[in-house]
Design a protein around this ligand. Sequence first.
Ligand code: LLP
Length: 419
Amino acid sequence: MNHFELKNGVMHAENVPLPLIAQEVGTPVYVYSMATLVRHARVFREALSGLKNPHIAFAVKANPNLAVLKVLQREGYGADVVSGGELVRALAADMAPADIVFSGVGKTHAELVQGLEQDIGQFNLESEEEGYELSAIASRLGKTARCALRVNPDVDARTHDKISTGKAENKFGVPIDRAAEIYAALAAMPGIDMRGVAVHIGSQLSSLEPLETAFEKLGKLIADLRSQGQKVTHADLGGGLGVPYKADDSFPSPAEYGAMVARVTRDWDVVLSFEPGRVIAGNAGVLLTRVIRVKRSSNASPFVIVDAAMNDLARPAMYGAWHDIDAVEPRGGRNVAHIVGPICETGDTFAMNREIDVLEAGDLAIFRTAGAYGATMASSYNSRGFVPEVLVDGDRYAVVADRLPAADIMAAERVPDWL
Ligand code: LLP
């Protein structure tokens, strides 16, 4: 469910016609719907209503825009951060330090210090070595770090290889068969309070089965730890719930996910936390683009060249990902076309031989489901600037990230005086 719909033949974000945003802000531009974000945040929370006091931390990496974080903070969400930069953003959006979880396989010394100084809610440790380092830093600072041990359950999430995180060969977490031993070793260290376990097996999951398998393994680990005299009061079940990228795709609903979690964790007696990203933000955003020209130089499908490119929306080039493409003011016909950006490599292709609305030079179009892992993954490749972001709320909209022109990026560069 989202709020990007045709009204009188013109695509709107809630009540704002997209041509208005294109005219006033320019293209390409990311457009987010606040009503969709709020709705998703509430649907996900409601899905967990069978649990006692679940903690929900939005995975900031999915969409770190400050205004987006503020909407979720107002919905009572905390933050799952994976860098010092994301931590700064979560705090800037007034998320309570206690509601911030710090994940990530390579937290630097400086980031561990930063998390401790901010007194964040929980560090999800991804290795024994990280635990020892955190213990030493916390002891030196006279602090105690609340920690969970992220385990790698060796479960195939059955998603794209590049976004699968819970197989033994993936870099994340500690092997589940060594987890009890590592937990005990870390629990004995000063400066850290080992209070729980965490798991996250991958993103864009289309089935609940791998999640259930992983959670069952985690439940068994909790029981083992307790039988060895360890304290376990918290369990972090990560994110990963997939969303439909094609209009007719069907995915497990948050309610089905919540029911499965309630069933599997019934006897755990812990505070559960969650790190949803895509399921909250994915369908709450589109990338609005304008057709530069249509190239019809062969008998094959035409190339519809748009002003957005792989540097603005990397998912198709990176994962072969599908994003539905719709005209903003459909002309009525459909045709088969290739949709490409202007960047000088073949990978800058959004779709090949896709049946889409007929698009001509100057027309506007949207890439749907671009609210998660869209703007956040942008680069300035080909010396293209960063695309602006707009948040719509009913009849009004605001530019929530300015366009960063290529010249401003170049302004950070220096030619040394010996050149
Ligand atoms: N927690 C942890 C520890 C994670 O690594 C991730 C995502 C999440 C939570 C949120 O997962 P979600 O609910 O959004 O599935 N760039 C890729 C996705 C990478 C996901 C990385 N980790 C893409 O565009 O598909």
